[in-house]
Design a protein around this ligand. Structure first.
Ligand SMILES: [Fe+2]
Ligand SMILES: [Fe+2]
Length: 210
């Protein structure tokens, strides 16, 4: 699904759906990180006029705006349940993926300059969006019987799947070489699959990337 090489373990969705309180607390932080990450790309790379266009900045800003909307809607649900936003949980998935992606040699012969590092970050973002979309889809199915949050997660599945495509389009635009982006995505998808397999061996948790 969406270029992912391994599916989430079947044990995850029932565990996540059974503890929506814990899941929402983790989910809220994921949305906030997605928004701040998109804006940090603008802050860090927005001035690279040779590769970053105004249109690219606008698309990242639109995406950040949508993630803030997701965050607010998760927060509304948390408040409706009489709960509060907790401290951000450690997201081993994103941390491991980013560290291993950075350590993976860039083998295309192109120097690993700032443009390449932006391409890498955009591809990693695409993978994180793809995994989030996959999990929202699983949640949609798991919540079908109770109906609770079902429509919300169905909508978010479509939204994060679209973000996956946006990040890949932006990576291709910055790189200027679709085949190179495809090859790098395939290499990083293997890294992502390794991280997911490793983390799922710890047992399922009520967390979006747990
Ligand atoms: Fe989102
Ligand atoms: Fe997203």
């Amino acid at each position: 699904m969406l270029g992912l090489l391994v599916a989430t373990d079947d044990a995850w969705a029932p565990v996540a759906a059974a503890d929506l309180g814990a899941l929402l607390a983790d989910h809220a932080h994921c949305e906030m990180k997605a928004a701040s990450n998109a804006m940090s790309l603008v802050a860090r790379y927005g001035g690279m006029h040779d590769v970053v266009t105004t249109e690219l900045i606008m698309r990242l800003t639109d995406l950040a705006h949508e993630e803030i909307d997701h965050f607010r809607r998760v927060m509304i649900e948390i408040a409706r349940r009489g709960e509060r936003l907790g401290v951000p949980p450690v997201d081993d998935y994103a941390a491991l993926l980013r560290a291993r992606a950075a350590a993976l040699p860039w083998v295309t012969g192109r120097p690993r300059d700032r443009a390449v590092s932006l391409v890498e970050r955009l591809i990693v973002c695409a993978l994180i969006e793809a995994r989030s979309a996959e999990r929202f889809k699983l949640l949609t199915t798991a919540l079908e019987a109770s109906g609770e949050m079902h429509a919300f997660y169905a909508e978010l599945f479509a939204s994060e799947a679209r973000h996956y495509r946006v990040f890949l389009e932006l990576a291709t635009q910055v790189c200027g070489d679709e085949a190179m982006v495809r090859a790098r995505f395939a290499a990083l998808a293997e890294v992502e699959a390794g991280v997911v397999t490793e983390l799922s061996a710890r047992g399922p948790r009520a967390a979006i990337h747990g």
